[in-house]
Design a protein around this ligand. Structure first.
Ligand code: NAD
Ligand code: IPM
Ligand code: MN
Length: 362
């Protein structure tokens, strides 16, 4: 009830620039539907380390818990690159995902983004591409036991652990199969589960568990792929994929690879679901090479705002309105530098945002 509260976590690098762009689009799309959103904004990542000595201050987490949804830019950058992993900006984001219980990360590559991108792939390979990566987000190699210590004989050792439990695999698999049911008609619904079951015992558990969940979804075709082959198929024949279901690390890597199908990391959005407060963020990072120049592509964050309407506010009309406006802007040739060809005029972040705002229509 009341005005939904959206917590903005701009973070570092280009984070503040793309979050401001998405905030304007959120506001405009809400307004067009007679809705008002209450925004609040707090620090996370390197900015929070500098101010509060912690990449996820307690006050930030508290505000996140009380919000309807969180919209994040990116964290990290060269200023904090020498810190140990447990104190880096990235750790703030990892702790936030875990604290909010966001085990399912949805990273769509919509057809309209693939089609208008500047992919290194031949255009004919991109025809019909419309896929989504469902990445397990609170387990696997990112969260297992780890240590680093000196060895008596000299040197050090360090390890990370890839650990999954049945229930962690089951719940994210259900998200993938449920999503497959919303995307295509019966007969064309596919989930590709991606693992390394020829080598890893955790992947064997993954594969068996996904197979068992699939039995509840006879209308969805399941295939299993080894991750090395999947990485290859993704550029050889991306049109064969619908939903890709995978663990935390493989999902991180494959979603950046999927972004190459669109020609830029700047256009991919994501939604992290599974807990009471969902989180929305672009797939890209803080792009230190672009920070502060006003040239970053805001589309990934703006499409994340569309996902916020869809998954946090249950407002499909506003979500679709934003997606149509982005599609139209791209179709009309609006391009930031990452997507502009040689000699094509590139738009600044604000100009690209304006091009999208102009095309928001009920
Ligand atoms: P990155 O995603 O920041 O950048 C990779 C490349 O993509 C760069 O060439 C960059 O210019 C380009 N790019 C990224 N976003 C863009 C945008 N919106 N518009 C145009 N071009 C864009 O990845 P990186 O360089 O490996 O990492 C930089 C920092 O970001 C690191 O500290 C890393 O840990 C962090 N990071 C954070 C997140 C996150 O907060 N979710 C995600 C990935 C990386
Ligand atoms: C992403 C990022 C993060 C991840 C980092 C910054 C912790 O690369 O969201 O894809 O690996 O999950
Ligand atoms: Mn990543």
């Amino acid at each position: 009830a009341g005005e939904p509260a959206v917590l903005l976590l701009p973070g570092d690098g280009i984070g503040p620039e793309v979050v401001e762009a998405a905030r304007r689009v959120l506001e405009a799309a809400a307004h067009a539907h007679g809705l008002r959103i209450r925004f609040d904004e707090v620090l996370i990542g390197g900015a929070a380390i500098d101010q509060a000595g912690d990449p996820l201050p307690e006050a930030t987490l508290e505000k996140a818990r009380r919000a309807r949804a969180v919209l994040l830019g990116a964290v990290g950058g060269p200023a904090w690159d020498d810190l140990p992993v447990d104190r880096r900006p990235e750790k703030g984001l990892l702790r936030l995902r875990q604290a909010l219980g966001l085990f399912a990360n949805i990273r769509p590559l919509p057809g309209f983004v693939a089609a208008y991108g500047r992919s290194p792939l031949k255009p004919e390979l991109l025809r019909g591409v419309d896929l989504v990566v469902v990445r397990e987000l609170t387990g696997g190699l990112y969260y297992g036991p780890r240590a680093r210590r000196a060895l008596e004989e000299g040197g050090e050792e360090a390890y990370d652990t890839l650990l999954y439990r049945t229930h962690e695999i089951e719940r994210v698999a259900r998200v993938a199969f449920d999503l497959a049911r919303t995307r295509r008609p019966v007969g064309q619904r596919r989930v590709a589960s991606i693992d390394k079951a020829n080598v890893l015992t955790s992947s064997q558990l993954w594969r068996e568990t996904v197979r068992r969940v699939a039995a509840d979804y006879p209308d969805v075709t399941l295939e299993h792929l080894y991750v090395d082959n999947a990485a290859m198929q993704l550029v050889r024949d991306p049109g064969r994929f619908d939903v890709l279901l995978t663990g935390n690390l493989f999902g991180d890597i494959l979603s950046d690879e999927a972004a190459a199908l669109a020609g830029s990391l700047g256009v991919l959005p994501s939604a992290s679901l599974g807990g009471p407060v969902p989180l929305f963020e672009p797939v890209h990072g803080s792009a230190p090479d672009l920070a502060g120049r006003g040239v970053a592509n805001p589309v990934g964050t703006i499409l994340s705002a569309a996902l916020l309407f869809r998954y946090a506010l249950g407002h499909e009309a506003a979500a679709a309105m934003i997606e149509r406006a982005v599609e139209q802007a791209l179709a009309d040739g609006a391009r930031t530098a990452d997507l502009a060809g040689e000699g094509e005029g590139a738009l600044a972040t604000e100009e690209m945002t304006a091009a999208i705002l102009e095309r928001l229509r009920v």
